[in-house]
Design a protein around this ligand. Structure first.
Ligand code: GLU
Length: 459
């Protein structure tokens, strides 16, 4: 994955430098210097930790598995971000993902900094005992830099509540007597996790889409008169027909977002395609998402790949190549698989009018510029997929208070937070010329810059 984050941060700083209502005390040469310093600070992580975990495999062989923890900026609070288990993990990618976490937390007023971890492996090729040992070793190797007030990991691609439970338990054993509940989030509920954390990212992704297209627009009907705006056109269109949605990726984020869309009574929409690492399923009349979710639960997370399996689920769908989902003529595509899915090689084939980033960085910067110039709305990762870290924050709080909230309370807190971010960002998006991603970055960079300035970090 390329590092598109720092170039957008730089563009945000350039725009803010010109805005003399922002940090008005800084003038002339001092102002220029402060903005150059901010560029240096925000584009570089504080720490990159790397270790090679020594793992005896069950067949007797001993391997060294590369593992990372990147700590980007902690001006707003302890570092926070998931640990990714994937064979393509590399240092640059983890650095970029850590900086996205800093921006994401700043955007939604979550009092954390940005961090990210990664382990270079394919979890499907390891036994459960090996995975357990890898998790324990990760904590042993990085113990000194982790902790509820230092750096708090969570699940990411390839990891889940199971891994967080193992890691928290290892942290607790190594650090007897120290607070441990807030050392990891995304744990299972019996182990101190929050109700609703599992579904939080997917629910937040769909909520973002629904809020933008419906709730927000109902409050700002004047915006609908701007027919140059694809958003306004899409909203007007959907009054006369259901919106069509495609969802790339049917894991923890995609399947929940698809189910939310399926069950939504507020907005008329239908999910006409879903995909995973094997296949795209398509039905112009809409797919039976609950039946597909049920199938994946019994089949190692995979969607049906044959007509026999489809018949078994009772789902009516055409089978296509997995890539084809990207090129469908839909109102909205939710990208909930991996990074770099829309890129230079396929960007001209995209027909969707709205792209919602459920995964982190699924659109490369080249494709981002190309599609934004065509007027396609890209709802960026740091806005749309923050449900996970927002509920992680509430999990961390519940662990501190040892008071646990109901699922209903958790989702209310989640939606309130996402709504308040959108109520701040969207009016600006409609009134200035920047794409939505740039608007979100400007907001985060403003917050981080003000805090760094006030903490005396720019002298
Ligand atoms: N891995 C998720 C993300 O990229 C969640 C991070 C967290 O809960 O700390 O936002």
């Amino acid at each position: 994955m390329e590092n598109q984050t720092s170039s957008i941060v730089q563009r945000s700083l350039d725009a803010l430098l010109e805005d003399d209502t922002f940090l008005p005390d800084l003038k002339g040469k001092t102002r220029e210097q402060a903005f150059t310093s901010l560029g240096a600070i925000l584009s570089t992580p504080n720490h990159v930790h790397k270790s090679f975990l020594r793992i005896p495999l069950e067949d007797g062989q001993v391997v060294r598995i590369p593992a990372f923890r990147v700590q980007h900026i902690n001006a707003l609070g302890p570092y926070k971000g998931g640990i990714r288990f994937h064979e393509s993990v590399n240092e640059d990618e983890v650095i970029n993902l850590a900086s996205l976490m800093t921006l994401k937390n700043a955007l939604h007023d979550v009092p954390f900094g940005g961090g990210k971890g990664g382990v270079v492996l394919n979890p499907r090729t390891h036994t459960i005992k090996e995975l357990n040992l890898i998790c324990k070793k990760y904590v042993r190797y990085f113990n000194d830099i982790l902790g509820p007030d230092k750096d708090i990991p969570a699940p990411d691609v390839g990891s889940s509540d199971r891994e967080m439970d193992w890691m928290m338990s290892e942290y607790k054993s190594i650090n007897p007597g120290l607070p441990y509940r807030g050392s990891f989030t995304g744990k299972s509920v019996v182990n101190g996790g929050s109700l609703g954390r599992g579904a939080a990212t997917g629910k937040g992704v769909y909520f973002t889409f629904r809020y933008m297209i419906d709730d927000f627009m109902k409050k700002h009907t004047n915006l609908l008169s701007n027919s140059d705006n694809i958003f306004a056109r899409t909203v007007l269109d959907y009054k006369s027909r259901p919106l069509t949605i495609a969802v790339q990726g049917f894991g923890n984020v995609g399947s929940v977002a698809a189910l939310e869309a399926f069950n939504c009574s507020q907005l008329q929409n239908k999910v006409i395609a879903v995909s995973d690492r094997n296949v795209t399923l398509y039905n112009a009349k809409g797919l039976d998402i609950p039946a597909l979710v049920k199938f994946t639960l019994d089949n190692n997370g995979d969607l049906p790949t044959t007509n026999e399996q489809l018949a078994q689920t009772g789902v009516n769908a055409e089978l296509h190549d997995r890539e084809e989902i990207l090129f469908l003529d839909v109102d909205c595509i939710i990208l909930a698989a991996l990074a770099d899915q829309i890129h230079k090689g396929n960007m001209d084939k995209i027909k969707a009018r709205i792209i919602v980033e459920g995964a982190n960085a699924p659109v490369t910067s080249e494709a981002d510029n190309f599609l934004s110039e065509k007027g396609i709305i890209i709802v960026p990762d740091i806005l749309a997929n923050a449900g996970g870290v927002i509920v992680s924050y509430y999990e961390w709080l519940q662990g501190r208070e040892t008071q646990f909230y109901s699922e209903e309370e958790v989702f209310k807190l989640l939606y309130n937070k996402m709504q308040s971010t959108m109520d701040t960002i969207l009016p600006k998006f409609f009134s200035d010329p920047f794409p939505l991603r740039q608007n979100c970055y400007i907001h985060s960079v403003m917050k981080l810059s003000t805090v760094l300035y006030r903490q005396g970090k720019l002298y």
